[in-house]
Write a protein that binds this ligand. Structure first.
Ligand SMILES: Cc1cc2nc3c(=O)[nH]c(=O)nc-3n(C[C@H](O)[C@H](O)[C@H](O)COP(=O)(O)O)c2cc1C
Length: 284
C-alpha cells in the first residue's frame, strides 16, 4: 500500500520535506489556462470536515510545464500530474505534453465538466489516445451510481481510479449568510469517509482496476479501512493542513491497526469488507 497526497492538499515546492515522505506526489489540478480561483473567503471549517472553494487556482499548463514540473522532478519523489479542463480536448492536449512522470490523474470534477458516465468516458478515451502514461480517473461520489461511471471509464481505457473528490456543500455564518464568498464549496475531511469507503467498495466490485482511496483519512486505521474496501493505495488530503507529519505517522500506525484487525499486513486486509449489497450490482 502506497501513501500519496490528495491533489491540491500539498504544495511540494513549498514543503519538500513533507513530499519526500510520500510514495508519490500528486500535483494540484493543472488547467490549460492560468486560473486565479474563487474570491476569498475560500476555506471554512465545519463540524466534521472542511469546505473549500479554491476554484482550481493554478499557474496554467505552459507555466506548469516550463517552471513547476522540472522542479518537482528534482524532489526525487515519483510525480503524478492532476489534469483538468473544460472539454475532452483540454485534457487530451495536456496529456500529450506530459512525459517523465509516473502517472496522470484526470480530475473529472472540474467546473463545466459533466460527470455523467458518457462524458467521463469521452474524456478518458481522448486522453487514452494522447498518452501511454498510466491514467487514473478521479471521480466524485456525487453521481447516484459511481460504479456505473467506473465501468464507463474502465471501458474507455483508464488504468486506475482515484476515489473520491470533494462533495458540494454549504456552511452558514452566525448571521445565516454563506461563509464562502462563492456560496458553496467542496466538503472534505472525516465527514466524507463513509461515503468514500462505499464508493471504493462499489467501484472495486464493479471493475478490477487499482484504486487510490481517499476522503477523510486521518489515521492508520482509516487507511486500512480503505484497503479493506478494495483500495490498493491511499491518499492523504485535509489532514495534511493540520498535521504535515501525517504520512509518516499513518505509516507507523498501520502496524498497530493491522494487529488490531487481525491481519498481518495491509495487503491482507484487501477486500475483507466486501459488501453483499454492492456484490448484487456486479453483472454476471
Ligand atoms: C484545499 C483543497 C484543494 C483541493 N484541490 C483539488 C484539486 O486541485 N484537484 C483535485 O482533483 N482534488 C482537489 N481536492 C480534493 C482532494 O484531492 C480530495 O479528493 C478530497 O479532499 C478528499 O480527501 P480528504 O478528505 O482527505 O481531503 C482539494 C481538496 C482540498 C481540501
Amino acid at each position: 500500500m502506497r501513501i500519496l497526497n490528495a491533489s491540491g492538499c500539498l504544495d511540494a515546492l513549498a514543503a519538500p520535506e513533507v513530499a519526500r515522505e510520500l510514495d508519490a506526489f500528486v500535483t494540484k489540478t493543472v488547467t490549460p489556462l492560468p486560473r486565479e480561483g474563487s474570491a476569498p473567503p475560500r476555506i471554512a471549517e465545519t463540524a466534521h470536515g472542511m469546505l473549500n472553494a479554491i476554484g482550481l487556482a493554478n499557474p496554467g499548463r505552459e507555466r506548469f510545464l516550463a517552471e513547476h514540473l522540472p522542479r518537482l522532478r528534482e524532489l526525487g519523489v515519483p510525480v503524478w500530474v492532476s489534469v483538468g479542463g473544460f472539454c475532452a480536448g483540454d485534457y487530451a492536449e495536456t496529456c500529450l505534453r506530459l512525459a517523465d512522470i509516473e502517472a496522470i490523474e484526470l480530475n473529472l470534477s472540474c467546473p463545466n465538466v459533466d460527470e455523467a458516465a458518457d462524458s467521463a468516458a469521452e474524456i478518458v478515451s481522448a486522453c487514452r489516445r494522447a498518452t501511454e502514461l498510466p491514467l487514473y480517473a478521479k471521480l466524485s461520489a456525487a453521481h447516484p451510481d459511481v460504479a456505473e461511471v467506473a465501468r464507463a471509464v474502465a471501458a474507455a481505457g483508464a488504468d486506475g481510479l482515484s476515489l473520491i473528490n470533494t462533495l458540494r456543500a454549504t456552511a452558514l455564518d452566525r448571521r445565516l449568510r454563506p461563509v464562502l464568498a462563492r456560496g458553496n464549496g467542496g466538503l472534505s475531511g472525516p465527514a466524507l469517509r463513509p461515503v468514500a469507503l462505499h464508493a471504493v467498495s462499489a467501484c472495486h466490485q464493479a471493475v478490477g482496476l487499482p484504486i487510490v482511496g481517499m476522503g477523510g483519512i486521518q489515521t492508520g486505521r482509516d487507511a486500512l479501512e480503505f484497503v479493506a474496501c478494495g483500495a490498493v493505495d491511499v491518499a492523504l488530503g485535509t489532514v495534511l493542513f493540520s498535521d504535515p507529519g501525517a504520512p509518516a505517522r499513518v505509516r507507523a500506525e498501520l502496524a498497530v491497526a493491522c494487529a488490531d484487525a487481525g491481519v498481518a499486513t495491509p495487503e491482507d486486509a484487501g477486500s475483507l469488507a466486501k459488501s453483499p449489497e454492492t456484490e448484487r450490482k456486479v453483472p454476471a
